[in-house]
Design a protein around this ligand. Sequence first.
Ligand SMILES: *[C@@H]1O[C@H](CO)[C@@H](O)[C@H](O)[C@H]1NC(C)=O
Ligand SMILES: *[C@@H]1O[C@H](CO)[C@@H](O)[C@H](O)[C@H]1NC(C)=O
Ligand SMILES: *[C@@H]1O[C@H](CO)[C@@H](O)[C@H](O)[C@H]1NC(C)=O
Ligand SMILES: *[C@@H]1O[C@H](CO)[C@@H](O)[C@H](O)[C@H]1NC(C)=O
Ligand SMILES: *[C@@H]1O[C@H](CO)[C@@H](O)[C@H](O)[C@H]1NC(C)=O
Ligand SMILES: *[C@@H]1O[C@H](CO)[C@@H](O)[C@H](O)[C@H]1NC(C)=O
Ligand SMILES: *[C@@H]1O[C@H](CO)[C@@H](O)[C@H](O)[C@H]1NC(C)=O
Ligand SMILES: *[C@@H]1O[C@H](CO)[C@@H](O)[C@H](O)[C@H]1NC(C)=O
Ligand SMILES: *[C@@H]1O[C@H](CO)[C@@H](O)[C@H](O)[C@H]1NC(C)=O
Ligand SMILES: *[C@@H]1O[C@H](CO)[C@@H](O)[C@H](O)[C@H]1NC(C)=O
Ligand SMILES: *[C@@H]1O[C@H](CO)[C@@H](O)[C@H](O)[C@H]1NC(C)=O
Ligand SMILES: CC(=O)N[C@H]1CO[C@H](CO)[C@@H](O)[C@@H]1O
Length: 639
Amino acid sequence: MRFTSIICVCLSLGLALGIVAVYPSFNHLFGSVKLRALPNSPNGYTPTNVSCPADKPIVRNAAGLSVNETTWLESRRQETVFAMKGRFSHLNMTFFDAVSYIESHASNISDIPNVGIVVSGGGYRALSNGAGALKAIDSRTYGTTRMGHLGGLLQSATYLSGFSGGGCLLGSIYINNFTTVSELQAHKGGVWKFQNSIIKGPAKKGLGDWNTAAYYHNLDELVSGKKEAGFNISFTDYWGRALSYQLINAEDGGPGYTWSSIALTEDFKQGKMPLPLLVADGRNPGETLVGSNSTVYEVNPWKFGTFDPSIFAFVPLKFLGSRFDNGKVSSDICVEGFDNAGFIMGTSSTLFNQFILRLNTTDVPEKLKSILGDLLQGLGKQSDDIAIYSPNPFYNYEYATIAYRNTPNLNVVDGGEDKQNLPLHPLIQPIRHVDVIFAVDSSASTKNNWPSGSPLVATYERSLNSSGIGNGTVFPSIPDTNTFINLGLNTRPTFFGCNSSNLTGPAPLVVYIPNHPYTMLSNKSTFQMEYSIAERDDVIENGYNVMTMGNGTRKGYSDWSTCAGCAILSRSFDRTGTNVPEVCKECFAKYCWNGTRNSTEPGSYEPALIVAKNSAAKDSASYLLAFLASVLVLGPVLG
Ligand SMILES: *[C@@H]1O[C@H](CO)[C@@H](O)[C@H](O)[C@H]1NC(C)=O
Ligand SMILES: *[C@@H]1O[C@H](CO)[C@@H](O)[C@H](O)[C@H]1NC(C)=O
Ligand SMILES: *[C@@H]1O[C@H](CO)[C@@H](O)[C@H](O)[C@H]1NC(C)=O
Ligand SMILES: *[C@@H]1O[C@H](CO)[C@@H](O)[C@H](O)[C@H]1NC(C)=O
Ligand SMILES: *[C@@H]1O[C@H](CO)[C@@H](O)[C@H](O)[C@H]1NC(C)=O
Ligand SMILES: *[C@@H]1O[C@H](CO)[C@@H](O)[C@H](O)[C@H]1NC(C)=O
Ligand SMILES: *[C@@H]1O[C@H](CO)[C@@H](O)[C@H](O)[C@H]1NC(C)=O
Ligand SMILES: *[C@@H]1O[C@H](CO)[C@@H](O)[C@H](O)[C@H]1NC(C)=O
Ligand SMILES: *[C@@H]1O[C@H](CO)[C@@H](O)[C@H](O)[C@H]1NC(C)=O
Ligand SMILES: *[C@@H]1O[C@H](CO)[C@@H](O)[C@H](O)[C@H]1NC(C)=O
Ligand SMILES: *[C@@H]1O[C@H](CO)[C@@H](O)[C@H](O)[C@H]1NC(C)=O
Ligand SMILES: CC(=O)N[C@H]1CO[C@H](CO)[C@@H](O)[C@@H]1O
């Protein structure tokens, strides 16, 4: 029986979209970001049969963290202690000596703050705004370790999670050897040349000298190779390949780079960087996703799986593509190379993989359109927005629910499809004991692409079903989005869940950091797929200001960096029975949401620039057809 459902998803409040602008970089020719994860796939883009290791891969339930993670955490948590001491040494906490506090509790790592950072989806806007935020908290960025700045927060974090636009940001950083945003945007030899379109492909050597035909030929050749090897393919294969050109600094977008190779790099093994977590959703044929019943997948450098009760298990990432049956590989043949880095990034941003359908609307030569025609053959009847994980690693897995156990293909989609546009899910798992989450929200929740707290609302509502889909997660109480706007909670950093005794169980304090105009109007359309270099840099700079509140220059907020420090320490104070210092009490009174609501329908929300700047608000008009925004055709087919 064939059942097709076509769903029109209007680009309405809260839909979290992540599109990534793109273009293949040929900068291996100049190469300043030379170092990266490993091209360790046995056969480039094509997943390949290998002999299974003696210790055969198995599916494990999600009741505990993987041994890989717990082992790694021992190193990482120690590294964060050093970073936190550095962080607090350039903060003014008046009479409270935070450095001594960290030192005196470092012998018991459970007492030390456990920090997570999440960056939302929202296309190119989210990638760039998130990049600015990460740049501001990275101690390697020039100027961030001055007194009162936020450098070192990134180094203090245990976890960094993203999807869609934010996932592509993470991928670009981690696959390029945990490089800096400054390197990625460097004009000469930088990776992010977003002035070129993912639709057209890389500029050859000279300006305007497009090599679109070769680009599509390359996409098609590699994806066909995977198909010929017997794997089902989907639009996401093309999308992921195209993204790689844009985000991975290697020839032809590094077809051999795997996501699992992140775990093999020396710095990672030593815990020198936060754990990168990508989020995606499960959607079975014919389903519509809502936060209250979606299966949220996590991809970490070792594992793919979910804490949700629908599966509640993880499979080794490196061996995705192997034939698992009830959690085991029965033959001696395993598969490697399925977890291609671009494919994984593409998986978390599948809402945008239909870019390929847009080729027809551009002025590319006729002969390309015929390549396109070939390339779409056999794909047309499948859902446009899925990544096919086939064979299904949870096939026959006895503890998975029927829908997940019976399907030969696992359909994985953009993490924003269930409206939880902040990838909080991995960080609210009680087993991870995260104390504080800095949540950078670049969602287009209002009509004009500003955030209004909607992803927090979605995650909060999901957590209320704690015995069901929430599976034991607890999240701070979050007011409705009208309250966010009426109280201005979406115009500045706001803390949720400050009072841990007002929660139904252990949960992190959430520091909500909404996109807001400081030096430019960064409320770009989610579907803008080309940014000039100046525009890209302006959004990144605005993101930097969003994170730092204009380096503390915003009127009335010179205490911001100190108060961010208090947020980090809050749960630790509770655990160690430390009296909250006066300076932090003032911070909490000011930045914590105190339970007040005003749910009146607000008027239109049009924030004005905080810092006047000449170069602000330059707009380039290269929008990808706006109708793509209003109608996304998601046509799941049950064969
Ligand atoms: C990755 O970067 C680190 C720190 O900058 C450097 O020490 C290391 O050599 C790089 N790794 C690779 C594989 O190049
Ligand atoms: C993860 O742990 C397994 C044993 O549980 C080990 O075989 C594997 O090598 C580890 N992976 C990495 C990347 O360290
Ligand atoms: C730290 O803050 C206090 C009051 O908030 C202020 O009096 C003092 O000058 C500041 N110290 C530095 C070094 O900025
Ligand atoms: C890989 O191994 C499977 C058995 O697990 C086999 O069916 C398939 O034909 C092999 N593929 C190739 C390309 O050899
Ligand atoms: C989730 O809820 C939506 C809307 O209520 C429904 O259409 C969908 O079938 C549900 N999915 C599952 C897996 O229960
Ligand atoms: C693109 O255009 C060609 C002819 O111009 C047509 O045959 C093909 O179906 C179109 N493809 C899509 C995806 O619309
Ligand atoms: C804050 O500092 C950064 C980096 O030095 C700079 O780009 C930004 O414009 C500054 N913000 C303000 C409001 O001056
Ligand atoms: C370490 O701290 C945790 C949390 O405060 C506490 O439960 C535990 O007993 C402490 N361990 C030791 C050895 O003191
Ligand atoms: C709570 O915050 C609102 C502003 O958001 C303020 O008007 C109100 O006075 C505060 N209530 C208390 C009890 O502090
Ligand atoms: C305290 O908890 C109650 C019940 O969950 C909730 O309604 C209220 O908003 C919470 N207050 C704050 C400040 O989070
Ligand atoms: C609630 O918000 C509305 C709309 O912004 C505003 O007009 C009204 O004054 C607010 N009410 C209170 C009690 O602050
Ligand atoms: C805390 C909690 O409720 N955990 C449950 C999550 O789901 C799995 C699978 O259904 C259960 O075994 C856990 O007990």
